[in-house]
Design a protein around this ligand. Sequence first.
Ligand code: PLP
Length: 469
Amino acid sequence: MGLKGVDDDMSGDVVDGHGDDEERAGRRDGAVRAAVEQGLLGPDAPIVGLLDVRGIRASAAALRRAFEAVAAPGTAILHAFAVKANPLVPVLRLLAEAGLGAEVASAGELALARAAGMPAELMVFDAPAKTEAELREALALGVAVNADNPQELTRIDALRHPGRTRSPLGIRVNPQIGAGTIGATSTATATSKFGVGLRDEGAREWVVQAFAERPWLTRLHAHVGSQGISLSLLARGVAETYALAEEINARAGRRQVDTLDIGGGLSVNFASEATEPTYAQYARLLAQAVPGLFDGRYGLVTEFGRSLLARHGTVVARVEYAKSSGGRRIAVTHAGVQVAPRTVYVPGAWPLRIAAYDAKGRPKEGAPVVQDVAGPACFSGDLLAEGRALPPLDQGDFAAALDTGAYYFGTHYSYNSLARPGVYGFVPDGDGGVAFAVVREPQTVAEVVAESGGAHADALTTLRATGSR
Ligand SMILES: *Cc1c(COP(=O)(O)O)cnc(C)c1O
């Protein structure tokens, strides 16, 4: 099953974890070399995204074991992968095979999960702006829905069919416990746009009352944020949600809330290869901080995204030109804002490790020199890394942006009409080589034209006012 070397996450022992992390780095180097040798990467294919299939399986298994280790036997636990982190159908199929579900937040993500064969019972629909049509579809399919706000709950009141709707239904709350280190990914601030802010005047009472009036509401959901949220802040958010469920159930005199959806948000250590924090550490902390969570009275849903996929993706780009300007060495590559918008626009919050490879895809040796690793887009801030000490990158070499399996090349940004790179999954082939599979074809220029109104070229020049003047 390719699950070798994931036992570190059982112990959560950082020392043991290094073996695993080293293996992953070794597989990555092997894949870059093989991608060059097999022609996936080269002058005519100057950028690719690579996904480590074995690593993805290992992370999925580590997540499942971490929660199983602390939960009462028989506890229903659904790990719903946050599709926005890597919205590629074969990835979703791989995760489904590994026993995970999907958290979807748009009609598109719902369709992707369905295309991957994900059954409705393994899906959760969260989004802050669900339309009536989207709600109707989710309810018809039996997908779980968490209402974001009172207006949405009113819509659900009207759309659900008593006796027929199978969707588990809940309310998303915001415990308003504060931000992590990155504002844009902190969702439990006082003024966050998500969920019902529990500390607002009358809000907590409104939630309790909403459950009292609707015996069919059975879930509470909170996702307090993503990258930059500490384990202890995550745990506080879960504790607040749990306390509210206990209050609702005490008021109801029965276990009305039967499932707690604790969201995702485990941070990824982008600074080094070491996996920390681990799922095992988080699950153990939750077990300490919120013991009732795992005693078997509640089913659990998690919604991890970044921590499942980030480590297992690498975007590799050819150095088209190596130049120098104002005394600064600059490698002009094909990876920039289109595959790494967060890093390019907010470099302080989203630094990426860069690995240098030579023209044959071998790790580049040589004394590090300070250089910029630039992207192909036409604005000067399009830099993957600025002033980074790396072995000197020369024309024809490759620069790889590591840990980009979540929210990077999978979620393309079409600035400058730069085409979406091809994405390939890889596994060791058992013979010392590497086998690849196409996950997403590289986008063609014809496709770029087609999705940019190519079929409507004369739409504006032939448009005439139809009024009488
Ligand atoms: C983005 C998101 C997640 C996933 O967050 P990660 O930091 O990628 O784990 C989970 N739940 C909701 C509601 C989200 O919006």
